[in-house]
Design a binder for this molecule. Structure first.
Ligand SMILES: [Zn+2]
Length: 303
């Protein structure tokens, strides 16, 4: 077939098309990379640096005084907090000592966080693991029924922990879970450690203090003043007062002193879920209990 002029210019055109094609996709690749990097930087920009004096307040066991005494005081100081709800103990029948779901609903409407503390206050032990999902989902269902969001924070009932629970708690949608001061400190005095993000597992956050009836303002100060150098103090309370659990009772007059101290000393007081502003809950230590061993070792060395 006789070649036309068009045939002679065909090859250079095609090569030019290939150059265009290459340039086009390189541009797209670079643009995609830029968007990805921008998203990454925005994501890290979303996380704020951890300030000193960052304190998380938590209140366990659905105690009635948390609504009548604690709530107005927190509102007065504009402090946030997490209330860990269980239907255990006398919740079903003793409405003098335990909140109603309407009161819990009100706490949510006030802006406080409602966390999950299992239906029956079930200890999270290896033996109890097969029962944990139902226990958690019952509280989640109650929340749904009362128009509350599905809880993303959990507190271990009786502060019993087992690392075998971590995958299940994650699957149930929890971002953060609070434990007690044990095993680093004995239960009796309610002492604990500050939360060290990246070293502490986000589902094994230690209490820096677990208020006891014999506590004074100095015990409270010792716990909250651990909140410095990238560490966060998570404080555990029960009732204020707590008639049904006298071993973890806090006298209202003392609680007022605690809250006034936080206010006067300019602490930043948040709920457990608010840790997500500072900490990536997907950032996990290789060994969830390595930090516990490290703390015990430094205690043994007297550091
Ligand atoms: Zn409890």
């Amino acid at each position: 077939m006789k070649k036309t002029a068009r045939d002679f210019v065909h090859w250079p055109y095609r090569r030019w098309d290939r150059v265009n094609f290459f340039a086009h996709y390189t541009t797209r690749l670079v643009a995609t990379g830029c968007v990805f990097l921008l998203a990454l930087s925005l994501r890290s920009a979303e996380r704020k640096p951890i300030p000193d004096k960052l304190v998380v307040l938590t209140f366990d066991d659905s105690v009635a005084s948390q609504f009548t005494i604690v709530r107005p005081l927190l509102k007065q100081y504009q402090f946030s907090a997490t209330f860990f709800i269980t239907e255990g103990f006398g919740f079903a029948t003793n409405k003098q000592d335990y909140m109603t779901w309407e009161q819990i609903q009100r706490l949510h409407r006030d802006g406080f966080e409602i966390g999950n503390h299992t239906r029956d206050h079930l200890s999270v032990t290896k033996e109890n693991l097969p029962r944990l999902e139902e226990q958690v989902e019952t509280i989640n269902a109650r929340c749904r029924k009362h128009g509350l969001p599905r809880p993303t924070s959990f507190a271990y009932p009786g502060n019993a922990i087992t690392p075998e629970a971590l995958p299940l708690l994650r699957r149930l949608g929890f971002q953060f879970a609070r434990r007690g001061g044990e095993p680093e400190f004995p239960y009796a005095e309610g002492r604990g450690s500050a939360y060290e993000p990246e070293r502490d597992h986000p589902l094994l956050i230690p209490s820096a203090g677990d208020a006891r009836p014999k506590w004074t303002l100095d015990d409270f100060k010792r716990a909250v003043l651990l909140a410095k150098n990238g560490r966060i103090a998570v404080i555990q309370f029960h009732g204020v007062p707590d008639r049904d659990h006298p071993w973890v009772h806090t006298p209202p007059e003392l609680f007022r002193e605690y809250m006034k101290f936080l206010h006067d000393e300019h602490f930043h007081v948040i709920a457990l879920r608010d840790l997500a502003h500072y900490v990536d809950p997907k950032n996990l230590p290789m060994d969830p209990l390595a930090i516990v061993q490290a703390r015990k070792a430094s205690q043994a060395e007297g550091k």
